[in-house]
Design a protein around this ligand. Structure first.
Ligand code: HEM
Length: 155
């Protein structure tokens, strides 16, 4: 029951993170392009501020529940007299997951801060550049997230 609850929290957090990236990339951004730069950048800044706050929580939950599940399986295997080796799909998930988290850290603490400063100063060209960089790295994280889910479920 505990293991299933951890798995549920893990997957719900992944849905918020990956689903939010799909929404921002494929639905919000193309629609926002119809706005003039000041409105577009203010809107994207407000949306991303809220989304990144949710992703910060999701990252902690994904990491915490993921490590907890690995720990539980390892403990049970060792207690039953076996030796624990991480399954390949779990290893790939954890490795790529850590890369996704590092990229999110860069987006949130470097690029988004740049966007924040540009919007506060009404520097729209700088804001556009920061937003373009955020979009690039969100695409990378989206591709990694979909790859992880595909490997985990197909393997
Ligand atoms: C350091 C990070 C992570 C660790 C340690 C980790 C670990 C785990 C573990 C142990 C399971 C349970 C698997 C099972 O019982 O079969 C799991 C399930 C899952 N994880 Fe992760 N995970 C991490 C990050 C991620 C990320 C970033 C994603 C997707 C973007 C992801 C997607 C999933 C999915 C979809 C499942 C459900 C698969 C299933 O149970 O069939 N995980 N994870």
């Amino acid at each position: 029951m505990l293991y299933n609850s951890l798995q549920l929290l893990h997957v719900l957090s992944v849905i918020v993170w990956v689903g939010g990236m799909v929404f921002a990339h494929f639905f919000l951004r193309p629609a926002a392009l119809q706005l003039e730069p000041p409105e577009r950048l203010r809107l994207m800044h407000e949306v991303l501020r809220r989304f990144f706050a949710a992703v910060s929580v999701a990252v902690l939950v994904v990491l915490g529940t993921g490590l907890w599940m690995v720990g539980r399986v390892a403990k049970q295997t060792v207690q039953a007299g076996g030796s624990f080796a991480m399954p390949l799909d779990w290893t790939i998930m954890a490795a790529l997951g850590l890369v996704m988290m590092a990229i999110f850290g860069h987006i949130r603490f470097a690029l988004f801060k740049r966007l924040q400063r540009a919007v506060a100063a009404s520097d729209w060209p700088a804001g556009g550049q920061a937003l373009a960089a955020i979009r690039t790295w969100v695409s990378v994280n989206l591709a990694l997230g979909v790859t992880i889910v595909a490997i985990t479920l197909l393997y």
